[in-house]
Each structure stands twice: as structure tokens, then as C-alpha cells.
Design a binder for this molecule. Structure first.
Ligand code: SF4
Ligand code: SF4
Length: 286
């Protein structure tokens, strides 16, 4: 278990969001599942949403970039990996990045955000490397609903579709929460609110993940994205999300200040500097 001050994570603790910042190091380009709302684009400074980054870094480049970011923004307290794909579709790069960060910046909190599909073999590594916060995105705990959200999941070289794929993914996700909590890691569950697909199911998600020990849930309204099966789904507003959070909050704490950040987000949540530091990232990537 990490002995660092875990309250200094601005996503898990709203009180520190004005004084503590985070950086996402984009070292994980591949993904092992396909969500129907996801369109990963690189080299893009005009969009702000998960999956978007100005570039992809190798582990040594990420460590150099981290040095430069801390020079420009010393309020950074968290180094996280949130794609642009999934950390555990790129485990070698992710674990190497975490090792380098541990050597160079042991004072930082380390954070990973994953779909949970490939995380189980790495739970001990995660704990040993001092990762204190992990997010698992779980938008359904029923494979019938999951089958509408994921077009496929990949287990090794085998691709599964439909309910079978959703069932395998869900099994890994639930085991991941349990295994992370057994190792003393703070667990957030991100749930994407998708009107017409899962909004009536998300309180059930809250109940299930809470029973496994998850610490907080983050209901994120879908941001419909071009060239995806969910491009035409309406973006849910407060009238949808607030009552859901209230009801789910009976079972698990709710995050209410998520900014749906890019995979190369940097700075305070309310003052993202990813576009301003895009040149720095690109220089490290080249
Ligand atoms: Fe995209 Fe993340 Fe889903 Fe992978 S897990 S398809 S990166 S949203
Ligand atoms: Fe925090 Fe939400 Fe941004 Fe993730 S996407 S870093 S949870 S504010």
C-alpha cells in the first residue's frame, strides 16, 4: 500500500482540485477492446475529450516530458496514464514508465485508468510500483447491456463479440476491483452515461461496484464522437445525470467535477494546459 498523501489527487478529492494538478502521460496507444463511443485521434489540439492526444511517448520520453512539465507546473501532484488506448494493452511501456517515474519523482502520486480487460496479471506490479489510484471504466454489469456498448473485446489473440465479449470483460473488471482493494489501492469506477442504452442500469452498476469495495463512481455523460456507432446518441444533460448521481450516491460516493480530459491532459482540472504544452510533448516524442 502507498504511504503517500492520497488526498492530493484532484479527481478523487474535489477539495484539492484547485491546488493539485495532474498530468496524463500518453504512453499507451493500443487498446484491447472497442467501445462504441471511442474514436482515438492523435495530433489533435482542437478537441478536448478522452482518447485525444498530441502524440504518443515512449517510456523514456515520458520521463523527460515529466521533468519538463514539473518545471512549468510545479503544482502537479499526480502522474497518470489514461491512454490514449488502455494501459494493459501496452503493459511493457506502462510499467517501464511507472518504474522511471518512481526513480525520478517518487513524491508524485501514480494513477492508472483502464477498462480492466488486461489488468489482472499486473495487480502485484501495480502495487509494488506504488500506484495509489486506479480507475476502471464499467458502464454495465449486465452482458446484455454491455454487448450494446462494446463491439469487441480481445483476449490474447482471440476476439469476442456480443454478450460473450461483454461477459468476459465484466468478469475481469469485477475481479480487478476486488484485487486492487486487497492491495490497498483507491479505486474509482467511471461509468459512461449513454441515453437509451444504460442510463436506467447505472444505479445497479453503483450497487455492484460498491459491494466489491470501490471507493467512488464517476458518471460521465457520453460525448458523441464522429465516426463511431454512438455518433448520433444525444449527449445527456444535467437533468439526466444529476438524478442518477443522487440515486447512485446512496450506494457509493459520486465524483461531480470530472472534465472528460484528454489522454495528454496536464495542469489543474480547471486550467488545462495540454494545448499550451503540446509543443513540449511533441519535442519529447520526436
Ligand atoms: Fe477507447 Fe478506452 Fe474503450 Fe479502449 S477502453 S476503446 S481506449 S474508450
Ligand atoms: Fe480526472 Fe475526469 Fe480528467 Fe480523469 S477525465 S483526469 S477523472 S477530471
Amino acid at each position: 500500500m502507498s504511504s503517500k498523501d492520497t488526498t492530493k489527487h484532484p479527481c478523487f478529492n474535489k477539495e484539492t482540485a484547485g491546488s493539485c494538478g495532474r498530468v496524463h502521460l500518453p504512453v499507451a496507444p493500443k487498446c484491447n477492446i472497442q467501445c462504441n463511443y471511442c474514436n482515438r485521434k492523435y495530433d489533435c489540439v482542437n478537441e478536448s475529450r478522452p482518447g485525444v492526444t498530441s502524440g504518443v511517448l515512449k517510456p523514456f520520453q515520458a520521463a523527460e516530458y515529466m521533468d519538463k512539465v514539473l518545471e512549468k507546473e510545479p503544482r502537479i501532484t499526480v502522474a497518470g496514464i489514461a491512454g490514449p488506448g488502455d494501459p494493459f494493452a501496452n503493459p511493457t511501456e506502462v510499467l517501464e514508465t511507472m518504474r522511471l517515474l518512481n526513480q525520478r519523482h517518487p513524491e508524485l502520486l501514480f494513477c492508472l485508468s483502464s477498462n480492466g480487460m488486461g489488468i489482472l496479471p499486473y495487480l502485484d506490479d501495480i502495487a509494488e510500483l506504488g500506484v495509489s489510484h486506479v480507475t476502471i471504466t464499467i458502464s454495465a454489469v449486465d452482458p446484455v447491456i454491455g454487448a450494446q456498448i462494446y463491439s469487441w473485446v480481445k483476449d490474447g489473440n482471440v476476439v469476442y463479440r456480443g454478450e460473450k465479449g461483454a461477459e468476459i470483460l465484466l468478469d475481469r473488471q469485477l475481479k480487478a476491483i476486488k484485487g486492487l482493494k486487497e492491495r490497498g489501492i483507491v479505486v474509482k469506477v467511471n461509468s459512461i452515461v449513454i441515453p437509451g442504452v444504460n442510463e436506467e442500469h447505472l444505479v445497479e452498476v453503483a450497487k455492484v461496484v460498491s459491494a466489491l469495495g470501490a471507493d467512488i463512481q464517476n458518471m460521465i455523460p457520453i460525448k458523441p464522437t464522429q465516426d463511431t456507432p454512438f455518433a448520433e446518441v444525444p449527449e445527456p444533460g444535467k437533468e439526466t445525470v444529476l438524478p442518477l448521481r443522487k440515486e447512485a450516491g446512496e450506494y457509493i460516493s459520486q465524483m461531480t467535477h470530472c472534465k472528460r480530459c484528454r489522454a495528454d491532459a496536464v495542469g489543474l482540472l480547471g486550467n488545462d494546459q495540454s494545448v499550451a504544452l503540446c509543443g513540449t510533448l511533441k519535442a519529447c516524442a520526436s
